[in-house]
Write a protein that binds this ligand. Structure first.
Ligand code: DX5
Ligand code: ZN
Length: 231
């Protein structure tokens, strides 16, 4: 993975057909996405359940590019080895998931993969100066984690702008997760985000049998974000 601040679209398979993950991953890559975003939920840290490392390992075979795994679980540390072995390229843990995020990030990087730090909407940037040298990605949640299809929380745009200033020249991605559409993507792209996760915004209107809408949705979000970067 070479570092770039170019806009990357990362469809969340939370909005895909759960009985057809392999084909869904192949379809979104064929339709032009950059990364594949995989949401792991435990019914404890967030009020929803999805799947674990075995599913990640199974879908890895159907993803040519970056597998971006978002852990919404607590505790995190006992499962890091399993998700790294499942083939995650980026493994993201929540700051709120436990008292030892510093150790968690170290443990992720020890596997030679990228370490991500996710922040819930109510979490500030106070800890960031102490973590900037250990993260490869900061994920700003623009919804409360747990479900796809929620409304974008506009107060997070200022957080993205402040985070971008804090990061300076460091090779750290800023990822946005939740409520990303062609209407909201420009706001966060202009504020400095480069990875845009979109679940319902990408998968709406399409299917494995009819994947063209995935491509149109990806392109609409990308075009809106790139245009905002240029002003
Ligand atoms: C929410 C997940 C998101 C979610 C985004 O907890 O982390 O990745 O799938 O879905 P949309 O784009 O529909 O808000
Ligand atoms: Zn996510």
């Amino acid at each position: 993975m070479t570092f770039s601040r170019a806009i990357k679209i990362a469809p969340s398979i939370l909005s895909a057909d759960f009985a057809n993950f392999g084909a869904e991953c192949e379809a979104i890559e064929a339709q032009g996405c950059d990364w594949v975003h995989v949401d792991v939920m435990d019914g404890h840290f967030v009020p929803n359940l999805t799947f674990g490392p075995a599913t990640c390992a199974a879908i890895r075979k159907h993803i040519k590019g970056v597998m971006d795994v978002h852990l919404m679980i607590a505790p995190v540390d006992p499962y890091i080895d399993a998700f790294a072995q499942a083939g995650a390229d980026v493994l993201t843990a929540h700051l709120e998931a436990g008292p030892h995020i510093h150790r968690t990030l170290q443990a992720i990087r020890a596997h030679g993969i990228k370490a991500g730090l996710a922040l819930n909407p109510a979490t500030g940037l106070d800890s960031l100066p102490y973590l900037l040298d250990m993260v490869d990605l900061v994920c700003v949640m623009t919804v409360n984690p747990g479900f796809g299809g929620q409304k974008f929380i506009h107060s997070q745009v200022d957080k993205v702008r402040a985070l971008r200033a804090m990061i300076g020249d460091r090779p750290i991605h800023i990822e946005i997760d939740g409520g990303v559409t062609p209407e909201t993507a420009p706001l966060v792209a202009a504020a400095g985000a480069d990875v845009l996760v979109a679940g319902s915004g990408v998968f709406k209107g399409g299917s494995v049998a009819n994947p063209a809408p995935y491509g149109a949705n990806i392109q609409a979000i990308r075009a809106a974000a790139e245009a905002a970067r240029q002003v």
